[in-house]
Design a protein around this ligand. Structure first.
Ligand code: UDP
Length: 446
């Protein structure tokens, strides 16, 4: 009798946080469409299972000994990740052991978020190929690779030297040393420890990056050379793999509000899933937004500090506030003319894909890299540096939506949008990279 053609299974290991979970689940959808079965291994901190109805057919399992969300608050991201990778090795091995028994050894590979590098020990033990997914930009990945090789003492000494800090990093033009995503992420030594661990522990066969060649050609070329394993730029995953997955409930009423606004008049404001601003900054921002006389849609997440009463009243007269928006729909809405963003990579890609120019207010690390690309490389946005102050906010909104320069920014954003959309169509760079990746998965063996 002919052997039954069973689907090969892929195990996905996302890192905590909406910005990591979303692209991983979108990759899962893509691979599901390409004929693979999907298992997602979650920790206590990123309960993908809460939105499991969006992923029919996916198997979702939880590692019992992973850290709780409260540990993230207590330790901060760097220490949390360093500890998580130590504590999860054994239980992840057990988990893969069970899955191997359950699925009759038919696991094609483990795809893990670069920060979930504890996965390598299990891949090695069970002789499974592993693939890393990097959910931030290729440039951020290039920086991490670069930082994993620096000498911590020398690096720290250089940080004191303004001349050294102003130098462009070899092969990572236009980035300067002072812009490497390290100094504001935690104690420099610990950030470098994490970079070293991420790169050193990696035995992966390939790297997937949620980016597009036309956005980051030179960083991708550098990575290709530097990593010595195939690099697949498959992004933007949110358009190649519908539908998207949100861990939170989206307030759809804002779409009705947008329907009533003039074309390209609204500024949409969101700082992603983690960050919050200080009350004083929020007040200045609110006053500047009101002074600009442009309508605005503002995501103020549950748990953020409340606005002072008088500001809150003014804001609700001139703008619309939601706790969580259907961001991709918002950015695609014809009324939206600009996006005030913290420049997380997903938000950046989502804005680029819809041709929406941005006001960049990055907080730290890779967000600052993205802001440099938005403002200086793609030239589709402006960055607010220094204090957020009422007048500065008003001017920035006008520059983005009203002044003469807004037209050329928008034009460039629309050109980039077309390039990005072309990349996922038949024959485009991301489309071809996905095909190559699937072929690679079909033949890869240890
Ligand atoms: N997002 C959303 N609704 C909101 C705010 C954010 O759906 O009201 C989504 C957004 O579309 C993006 C993700 O949350 O996919 C945020 O990811 P990003 O990488 O931009 O920032 P992070 O949350 O990781 O800082």
């Amino acid at each position: 009798m002919e052997k039954m053609n069973t689907k090969r299974r892929i195990v996905l290991v996302p890192a905590p946080g909406q910005g990591h979970v979303t692209p991983m689940m979108q990759l899962g959808k893509l691979l599901d469409l390409k004929g693979f079965s999907i298992t997602v291994v979650q920790g206590h901190f990123n309960q993908v299972s809460s939105s499991s109805q969006k992923f029919p057919g996916f198997q979702i399992v939880t590692i019992p000994e992973s850290l709780q969300e409260s540990e993230f608050e207590r330790l901060g991201p760097i220490e949390f990740l360093l500890k998580l990778n130590k504590t999860s090795k054994a239980s992840f091995k057990d988990c893969i052991g069970h899955l191997m028994v359950q699925h009759g050894n038919d696991i094609a590979c483990i795809i893990y978020d670069e920060f979930m590098y504890f996965s390598e020990a299990a891949a090695k033990e069970f002789k499974l190929p592993s693939v890393v997914i990097n959910t931030s930009s290729a440039t951020n990945q290039a920086c991490r690779t670069f930082l994993s090789k620096v000498n911590a003492e020398k690096f720290l000494a250089n940080m004191e030297d303004p001349q050294a800090q102003d130098k462009v990093v070899e092969n990572l033009h236009p980035l300067r040393y002072k812009e490497l995503p390290v100094s504001d992420m935690g104690p420099v030594e610990r950030v470098l420890d994490l970079c070293k661990d991420v790169v050193k522990e990696r035995r992966a066969f390939a790297v997937i990056i949620n980016t597009v060649s036309c956005l980051e050609n030179s960083s991708l070329a550098w990575l290709d050379q530097e990593l010595g394993i195939p690099v697949y730029p498959l992004g933007p995953l949110h358009i190649t793999a519908p539908p998207p997955s949100s861990l939170r409930e989206e307030d759809m009423s804002c779409i009705e509000w947008l329907n009533k606004q003039k074309p390209r008049s609204v500024i949409y404001i969101s700082l992603g899933s983690v960050l919050s601003m200080k009350t004083k900054e929020v007040s200045e921002m609110a006053l500047g937004l009101c002074d600009s006389n442009q309508p605005f849609l503002w995501v103020i997440r549950q748990g953020s500090e409340p606005l002072p009463e008088e500001v809150s009243k003014m804001v609700s007269e001139k703008g619309y506030i939601v706790k969580w928006a259907p961001q991709m729909e918002v950015l695609a809405h014809p009324a939206v003319g600009g996006f005030w963003s913290h420049c997380g990579w997903n938000s950046t890609l989502e804005s680029v894909t819809e041709g929406v120019p941005m006001i960049c207010r990055p907080f730290h690390g890779e967000q600052k890299l993205n802001a440099i690309y938005i403002e200086s490389v793609w030239k589709i946005g402006i960055q607010i540096e220094g204090e957020v102050e009422r007048g500065v906010v008003e001017r920035a909104v006008k520059r983005l939506l009203v002044d003469e320069e807004s037209a050329s920014m928008r034009e460039r954003a629309l050109v980039l949008k077309e390039k990005v959309k072309a990349s996922v169509r038949n024959g485009g760079s991301s489309y071809n990279a996905l095909d190559e990746f699937v072929k690679y998965l079909e033949k890869v063996e240890l």
